[in-house]
Design a protein around this ligand. Structure first.
Ligand code: IMP
Length: 192
C-alpha cells in the first residue's frame, strides 16, 4: 500500500487546484441548470473517474434556484484503460445504470474526454433507450488525440496534453482521492 509520502513524491506539479475545480463545477452546474430549468433531470456519472464530479455537480445543482425540478443521480461503470496509462481503444460496460432513462432528460457526466470512444459508446447506448434529451458534460477536456468526433455540451476545464491524476482520475487505481488535478513524475509510471 502506498503511503502519503509516496503520493507526494510522485506528483510533478498541480495543474488545477481544488478551488479552481470547484469553480469549474459551479460553472457547469449553472449551465446545466439553465438548460434544465424546472425540468426533471438524470445525471449519469461514468465510474470510476466521475465519482467526485457527479456528486459535487448534483449538490451544486440543488442550490440553484430555477434549476432542475428533480434530480436522479445514477452511475454507469465502464472500462477503457485497464491498468495502463494508454487507452486500449476498447470500451466495456461493467455496470449499467440502475434506473430507466427512457423519456428522461439525461446528462452524461465524465471526468475527462481523451480519444472520445467512451463518450461515443455511451451516447449511442443511451440514444437507443430514447431519452427525452441527451447531453454530455466533461470536467476536463483533452482534445489532442480524438479518434472520433463526439459532441460535448458542457466543458469544465482544458487539460494539458498529458496523463493527469486526481479528483477522480487514477493511475493504476491510485491518486483518485487527490482533491486537485496533477501531473505525475515520469518515475511514478515506471515504479507502477
Ligand atoms: P477516452 O475514451 O479516451 O475519451 O477516455 C475516457 C476515459 O479514459 C476517462 O473517463 C478516464 O477514465 C480515462 N482517461 C483518459 N485520459 C486520462 C488521464 O489523463 N488520466 C486518467 N485517466 C484518463
Amino acid at each position: 500500500m502506498k503511503t502519503r509520502e509516496s503520493y507526494d513524491g510522485a506528483i510533478e506539479r498541480t495543474l488545477f487546484t481544488a478551488k479552481e475545480i470547484d469553480a469549474a463545477v459551479q460553472r457547469l452546474a449553472n449551465q446545466i441548470a439553465e438548460d434544465h430549468c424546472r425540468q426533471p433531470l438524470t445525471l449519469v456519472g461514468v465510474l470510476k473517474g466521475a465519482l467526485y464530479v457527479v456528486t459535487d455537480l448534483a449538490r451544486a445543482l440543488a442550490a440553484i434556484p430555477d434549476g432542475p425540478s428533480e434530480i436522479i443521480v445514477d452511475y454507469i461503470c465502464v472500462s477503457s484503460y485497464g491498468n495502463s496509462a494508454r487507452s486500449s481503444g476498447e470500451v466495456r460496460m461493467l455496470k449499467d445504470v440502475s434506473e430507466p432513462i427512457t423519456g428522461r432528460n439525461v446528462v452524461i457526466v465524465e471526468d475527462i474526454v481523451d480519444n472520445g470512444l467512451t463518450l461515443q459508446y455511451l451516447r449511442s447506448l443511451f440514444e437507443e433507450r430514447r431519452p427525452a434529451s441527451l447531453r454530455a458534460c466533461v470536467l476536463f477536456d483533452k482534445p489532442y488525440h480524438r479518434r472520433v468526433e463526439v459532441p460535448v455540451d458542457y466543458v469544465g476545464l482544458q487539460s494539458p496534453d498529458q496523463f493527469v491524476v486526481g479528483y477522480g482520475l487514477d493511475y493504476q487505481e491510485l491518486f483518485r482521492n487527490l482533491p486537485y488535478l496533477a501531473q505525475l513524475r515520469p518515475a511514478a509510471f515506471k515504479e507502477g
